[in-house]
Design a protein around this ligand. Structure first.
Ligand code: NDP
Length: 256
């Protein structure tokens, strides 16, 4: 008999979440902690750390902060090693940290292209690789890469962002295929239009807001808490036979 509640239980699991103290990452941290996980959080600044620390300790879990730029050379093994040193293992990686730069196609600076690809794709690859290194000997693990609706679309004005998010799906499939025999699942969570600080300008522009809402069958911007179920599903034993998949949490946006 399968105990369904136990399938979603993350007690004694250790999750590493890049950008997990602010933006959408903070909601992933909340969800994983509420499901029972201890967490390692990586970001460049200390934004959100105090709030995150209080949230995690109020739930009786542990948090380790690692202040690192994930694009710095050789940083992925340092981050994974620090997490393993503190907790003795790593069960779940959430590759969430990401950036977006907007510009007209012909005005895009090479440096901006590289910066976005470095953050959203190269760093994600290095961290997935280092996580796999410690997960393979234990024949268990979950790698969740954060995609976007731009994993599927042309990404007007945000060309490197769209390219990087398409790449996230390709990398996820390759890793999922290679790691499935090791008992490790690799999936993409692709959020749609979420009500965050970053998306306020779009929501406040009446024309853009109307265009976006016209494409969302659910007819509203998601509250970030609407991502919590999907992250726990992908991080838990409930998804043990799901790998190489992309789960859109988009109110049906991709249907239109
Ligand atoms: P935010 O800008 O709000 O948060 C990004 C987080 O990543 C911050 O905690 C930031 O911390 C961290 N971060 C960024 N760059 C680095 C770096 N080089 N090294 C370490 N940490 C870094 O973004 P969102 O929460 O909106 O987005 C999170 C993810 O979700 C991204 O991958 C994004 O593409 C994706 N997404 C977002 C959507 C939305 O509606 N917001 C929709 C679809 C996908 P710090 O600055 O301190 O380093």
């Amino acid at each position: 008999m399968v105990d369904v509640k136990k399938l979603f239980d993350l007690t004694n699991q250790v999750a590493l979440i890049t950008g997990g103290a602010s933006g959408l990452g903070y909601y992933y941290t909340q969800a994983l902690v509420e499901a029972g996980a201890d967490v390692c959080i990586v970001s460049r600044s200390t934004k959100g750390w105090a709030t995150t620390r209080d949230y995690v300790s109020a739930h009786g879990r542990r948090v380790e902060f690692i202040q690192q730029d994930i694009t710095a050379a050789g940083t992925a093994d340092k981050i994974v090693d620090q997490c393993v040193k503190v907790y003795g293992k790593l069960d779940i990686l959430v590759n969430n940290a990401g950036i977006q730069i907007r510009n007209n196609l012909l005005d895009f600076e090479d440096a901006d292209w590289l910066k976005v690809i470095d953050t959203n794709l190269n760093a994600l690859y290095f961290l997935a690789h280092e996580a796999a290194r410690v997960m393979v000997p234990r024949h268990a693990g979950k790698i969740i890469n954060i995609g976007s609706m731009q994993s599927f679309r042309a990404g007007k004005y945000i060309y490197p962002y769209a390219a990087s998010k398409h790449g996230v799906i390709g990398l996820t499939k390759a890793y999922a295929d290679a790691l499935a025999p090791e008992g490790i699942q690799v999936n993409v969570l692709a959020p749609g239009y979420i009500n965050t600080e970053m998306t306020q300008p779009l929501q406040k522009d009446p024309i853009r807001n109307q265009e976006i809402l016209a494409h969302i069958p659910a007819a509203h911007w998601a509250d970030p808490t609407e991502l919590k179920g999907a992250i726990v599903f992908l991080a838990s034993a409930a998804s043990n036979y799901v790998t190489g998949a992309t789960i859109p949490v988009d109110g049906g946006y991709l249907l239109r």
